[in-house]
Design a protein. Structure first.
Lengths: 63, 180
């Protein structure tokens, strides 16, 4: 298991969904004080870590 | 931001040092009244009547704000704040306190928000005033008139979304590769 890749994708996922949340606020889709602004980056952190682990496994050479 | 502080301060519970008034409604809980009239836009907002809809206000204007409570307030205090996403809490815009018998207050305040402040963002300004008559709380949702893309912050955020999205795609490419 590539721990570095998992952490890297988790951090990237955090920032990706953080920017998405900020976009949603800036375009008036959700309110500034919405819990979605908090939940999305955390979802990105956890989801990014999980996807990073899956991508790491799939990227390993067979055998 | 000093201007906006007075605008929303007056609008919500004003420098509510006081006054008397009407029935509590959805946005104002307690015997108090708060309203504001945007002089150039010709817009009047009564905190008790506005409901949950976001009030679109101009980027610059002069506001005539008014606030009042049901009877002589005696020892009183209050504040207004902007609600931030959890867990960031709130940002206090203004607070007041003292001892008096005046039941209403009003004033004019001119404001001019810089272009960096994005238009279209729906934000909640809440307030609370406590005195001898009880406690009055309320909130009003606002957004600044104009296009979201008029602020450089919007472009920074969109660039961030594109950059990190592209990064995610490249890092996760192995997941989208066909096996065999």
């Amino acid at each position: 298991m590539n721990v570095g890749k998992i952490i890297g994708v988790a951090v990237l996922g955090f920032f990706f969904l953080l920017f998405v949340a900020i976009d949603l606020v800036l375009f008036g889709v959700i309110q500034l004080n919405s819990a979605v602004v908090t939940v999305l980056p955390l979802l990105g952190l956890v989801g990014g870590g999980a996807l990073g682990a899956m991508a790491g496994k799939k990227g390993q050479p067979a055998g | 931001m000093k201007g906006i502080r007075w605008v929303f301060g007056g609008l919500l519970l004003g420098a509510v040092v006081v006054g008397s008034s009407g029935p509590a409604a959805a946005q104002l809980d307690g015997s108090c009244h708060a309203s504001g009239t945007w002089q150039n836009a010709g817009l009047t907002v009564d905190a008790a009547q506005v409901g949950d809809k976001a009030v679109t206000v101009p980027r610059s204007d002069t506001v005539h704000w008014e606030g009042s409570v049901a009877g002589p307030p005696g020892e009183h205090s209050g504040s207004i704040w902007i609600e931030l996403p959890p867990p960031f809490g709130t940002v206090e815009i203004d607070s007041w306190g003292g001892n008096g018998v005046t039941t209403s207050n009003d004033g004019f305040e001119e404001y001019d928000l810089p272009s960096l402040v994005p238009a279209g963002v729906v934000f909640t300004v809440s307030g609370e005033h406590t005195d001898a008559n009880g406690t009055c709380t309320g909130h009003v949702n606002f957004k600044i008139d104009g296009s979201a893309v008029s602020s450089p912050l919007t472009w920074v955020s969109l660039a961030g979304t594109a950059g990190t999205g592209a990064g995610m795609f490249f890092v996760l490419r192995p997941l989208f590769r066909r096996v065999g």
